[in-house]
Design a protein around this ligand. Structure first.
Ligand code: GDP
Ligand code: MG
Length: 166
């Protein structure tokens, strides 16, 4: 199995940590070679289940400028071109303005979206359940998966789920 995956999310939610963890123990090729003007290959993960090509997507922010608008349109195109979108968040029970904006954008995307709640090592289980409940009604996520990219908790489950839809 093989396919294209992109990870979106606010700065500091743990995107790089997750990427490093996923490719850490596995055979991977890092590439900076531009694929198209819009899509950039970040990393290729190869394991016994198959191959995942991670595509870099510009951050999606409430646009302040024409450039910001262009970046969002570009990001939206990427979201529609990949096979799986991972939306990485921190366990925060409040959905902020930026999150709401991302949800509005995702509504126009046909690609399956996994909500990945990172840093599960920082909160109690009952709080995690509240976060899941908060986000569940906001969008038709393919699934909601709590992980700790730092500790590697549930990251194998995340990979299995990704390969399941490829
Ligand atoms: P990015 O901006 O989304 O790429 O976020 P980074 O990967 O740079 O991570 C931002 C900070 O969050 C770093 O200090 C990480 O060590 C920390 N971090 C990432 N994942 C986890 C996690 O699962 N648990 C905890 N406690 N911290 C994490
Ligand atoms: Mg980063």
């Amino acid at each position: 199995k093989s396919g294209f995956v992109t990870i979106i999310g606010r700065p500091n939610v743990g995107k790089s940590t997750l990427m490093n963890h996923l490719i850490g123990q596995k055979i991977a090729i890092m590439s900076d070679k531009p694929q198209t003007t819009r899509n950039r290959i970040q990393t290729i993960l190869t394991n016994d289940l198959g191959q995942i090509v991670f595509i870099d997507t510009p951050g999606i922010h409430v646009p302040m400028t024409k450039l910001g608008e262009f970046m969002n349109t570009s990001a939206e195109t990427t979201l529609n071109e990949v096979d799986v979108v991972l939306w990485l968040i921190e366990p925060d029970k409040k959905i902020g303005k930026g999150d709401r904006y991302i949800i509005e954008r995702l509504a126009r995307v046909e690609t399956p979206v996994f909500l990945v709640i990172n840093k599960m090592d920082t909160i109690a289980k009952n709080e995690l359940l509240e976060v899941i409940a908060t986000y569940k009604d906001q969008y038709n996520f393919k699934d909601i998966i709590p992980i700790s990219a730092l500790k590697g908790d549930n990251t194998d489950i995340l990979l299995d789920q990704i390969f399941d839809v490829l």
